[in-house]
Design a protein around this ligand. Structure first.
Ligand SMILES: [Cu+2]
Length: 72
């Protein structure tokens, strides 16, 4: 029930891959404007994003799950 690591430093153009290693489904959704979302990510599924800018994100199903991408 958490993103690990919760904060990740990346370069613009990097591809970030989220893998759901939990026992319940999650999603990965950009927080401020819903600019992007993985949609529902079942257990064992992964989703990737090419990063263009720093972003705060969360799981829209479990809103206490938050993460951050920091473009350096
Ligand atoms: Cu979740």
């Amino acid at each position: 029930m958490k993103f690990q690591p919760a904060e990740l430093a990346v370069q613009e153009g990097d591809t970030v891959v989220w893998v759901n290693n939990d026992i319940v489904a999650h999603d990965v959704t950009e927080e401020s404007s819903k600019a992007w979302t993985s949609s529902l990510m079942p257990v064992g599924q992964s989703w990737s994003l090419v990063v263009t800018q720093s972003a705060d994100y969360y799981c829209s199903i479990h809103v206490v799950m938050k993460g951050k991408l920091v473009v350096q």
